[in-house]
Design a protein around this ligand. Structure first.
Ligand SMILES: [Cu+2]
Length: 154
């Protein structure tokens, strides 16, 4: 018995559509990413560097948080913070993993965003921040969130 050509064709088309959300292999769905409570700390007068944070949770398959950008800063880095030789040390990292059981918390005193070349910001201002993620298939996903500018006092 011959396999009709028209049954073979759709399979090839699906394989060619790598990274398309509607045709995730294995019947998986695109990860759902939720971002909450994003903030940017208002930098001290005359300074252009500050920190920021947010909570990122995901449903479905895990993702990797690979970067952020905002119109009000030249660059945004991902930083870890840890105690080394009795001193708090910040380190730049390339990414943070986020999975369903392990949401990512970016906060003051912990893992955080570091913003450089900042425009002057007012407390209470809402700023767009674009976050970039990579899923298991290597596909990129971006999420735009609003970050509130908060007082350095907390
Ligand atoms: Cu930092």
């Amino acid at each position: 018995m011959r396999i009709p050509a028209r049954l073979v064709l759709p399979v090839l088309v699906l394989l060619g559509a790598c990274g398309a959300p509607a045709s995730a292999p294995g019947g998986g769905t695109q990860p759902g990413i939720e971002v909450r409570d994003a903030f940017i700390v208002q930098p001290p007068e005359g300074r252009e560097v500050t920190g920021g944070g947010m909570q990122i949770s995901v449903t479905g398959s895990p993702v990797v948080f690979t970067g952020a950008s905002t119109p009000v800063a030249d660059t945004v880095e991902l930083h870890t913070m840890s105690m080394e030789n009795n001193m708090m040390q910040m380190r730049k990292v390339e990414s943070f993993p986020v999975s369903e059981g392990a949401p990512l918390v970016l906060e003051r005193g912990g893992n955080h965003l570091m913003l450089f070349g900042l425009e002057p910001l007012q407390v209470g201002e809402q700023v767009d921040v674009t976050l970039t993620f990579t899923d298991e298939s290597g596909a990129q996903q971006t999420v735009v969130t609003k970050a509130e500018v908060v007082s350095p006092a907390g």
